[in-house]
Ligand binder design. Structure first.
Ligand code: KIV
Ligand code: ZN
Length: 389
């Protein structure tokens, strides 16, 4: 049996930090319902001290989730944040406080203006303070991707010793390369005492388009929780996309020694829901859930897919809840695709007739991005009129 990887969804917290994507409590509850239907393991419901609305969202999602998922409230390493998160999470059956602070030179020097020793002291304090309220405490080392490795190991050791149940290693700025990030996780797994009793989590951002690759490199090197969002929503270029890591693990589970419990048939529905609620469109060529993810447009590809789907498709569309493969008719389409579509519409022709039909089709296709069924119907009817005149 491969290792179970916990899927920690942060669409409602980090995803919502995406410019223009803010959601009210009712909207968050609809998405939380869908996350539960998908069997995600952990839902980060919000940042309770940030606003009364976020406080309420954490409370309501805690109530909704019951035993079905861990519900998380984010805090800074600040007592009053932790007090507020604990209060919001009092409705949850499986509450988790997610607390921490920056650990990179940039964060220590510029943002927090503290020394390394002070950082370690604060890490210990925030974990111990959160432990007064809940058993399950996740410590995040913000900007771990740019931290000095030895110092990162020191902070994580302190958090583990203070009682953290999960240690989150974020590449906050999406700066790392996959091999380096993997080595970072391995360094922690090898050098932090007692880490084998703690969950290592990876939280990666997509500034260089590598969030998914980084998360998987983390899993390969010992992480057993991935933090991610539906559609990769999140600050700047976004977070790791949930649908991408879940499907990559499904396709490469043996190499990664990993599996998840996510109901993959719900991925498309989740993507549409989040896009509709946030008003953030999903790019057509987005992996797994984009409108073109299972669409074939060029003649060579269409011919292949019509002969055997796996020539150009590695995922069965039904496995992610998509409607199915699509053959798009355009000026790049060949005879095979046109014949196939006409047959689906109930038209068959002799080879000679097809040559004429294909010529007419190309004339239309050169004028348009896509040739629709209505175009084909009028083309066939016009030809029939001409032939019988
Ligand atoms: O990217 C990040 O470092 C975060 C932390 C607050 C976990 O979102
Ligand atoms: Zn983040």
């Amino acid at each position: 049996m491969t290792r179970k990887i916990d899927i920690f969804d942060t669409t409602l917290r980090d995803g919502e930090q995406s410019p223009g994507a803010s959601m009210n409590t009712e909207e968050k509850l609809v998405i939380a319902q869908q996350l539960l239907r998908m069997h995600v393991d952990v839902i980060e419901a919000g940042f309770p001290i940030s606003s009364p609305g976020d406080f309420r969202s954490v409370q309501e999602i805690g109530r909704l989730a019951g035993d079905d998922a861990v519900v998380v409230g984010l805090t800074r390493a600040v007592d009053k944040d932790i007090d507020r998160a604990a209060e919001a999470l009092s409705t949850a059956k499986r509450p988790r406080i997610h607390t921490g602070l920056g650990v990179s030179p940039q964060h220590l020097r510029e943002k927090l203006r503290i020394s390394e020793d002070e950082c370690v002291e604060r890490a210990i304090h925030c974990v111990k303070y959160a432990k007064r309220y809940v058993e399950d405490v996740e410590f995040y080392a913000e900007d771990a991707g740019r931290a000095d490795q030895k110092f990162l190991e020191r902070v994580i050791q302190a958090a583990v010793d203070a009682g953290a149940t999960v240690v989150n290693i974020p590449d906050t700025t999406g700066y790392q390369m996959p091999d380096d990030f993997g080595a970072r996780i391995k360094g922690l797994a090898d050098n932090v005492r007692g880490i084998e009793n703690v969950t290592i989590s990876v939280h990666t951002h997509n500034d260089l388009g590598m969030a998914t690759a980084l998360a998987l490199a983390g899993v390969k090197n010992g992480a057993t929780q991935i933090e991610c969002t539906i559609n990769g929503l999140g600050e700047r270029a976004g977070n790791t996309a949930l649908e991408e890591v879940v499907m990559a693990i499904k396709m490469h589970g043996d190499e990664l020694d990993a599996h998840t419990g996510v109901v993959t048939q719900e991925l498309t529905r989740a993507s549409h829901l989040v896009s509709r609620i946030t008003g953030m469109n999903v790019q057509a060529n987005k992996a797994i859930v984009g409108a073109n993810a299972f669409a074939h447009s060029s003649g060579i590809h269409q011919d292949g897919v019509l002969k055997a789907r796996d020539t150009y498709e590695i995922i069965n569309p039904e496995d992610v809840g998509a409607a199915g493969s699509e053959i798009i008719l355009s000026a790049r389409s060949g005879h095979a695709a046109l014949k196939h579509r006409l047959a689906e519409l109930g038209y068959t022709f002799s080879e000679d007739e097809y040559d004429d039909i294909y010529k007419r089709f190309l004339e239309i296709a050169d004028q348009k991005k896509e040739v629709y069924d209505e175009d084909l119907e009028s083309m066939v009817q016009e030809r029939q009129r001409e032939v019988s005149a």
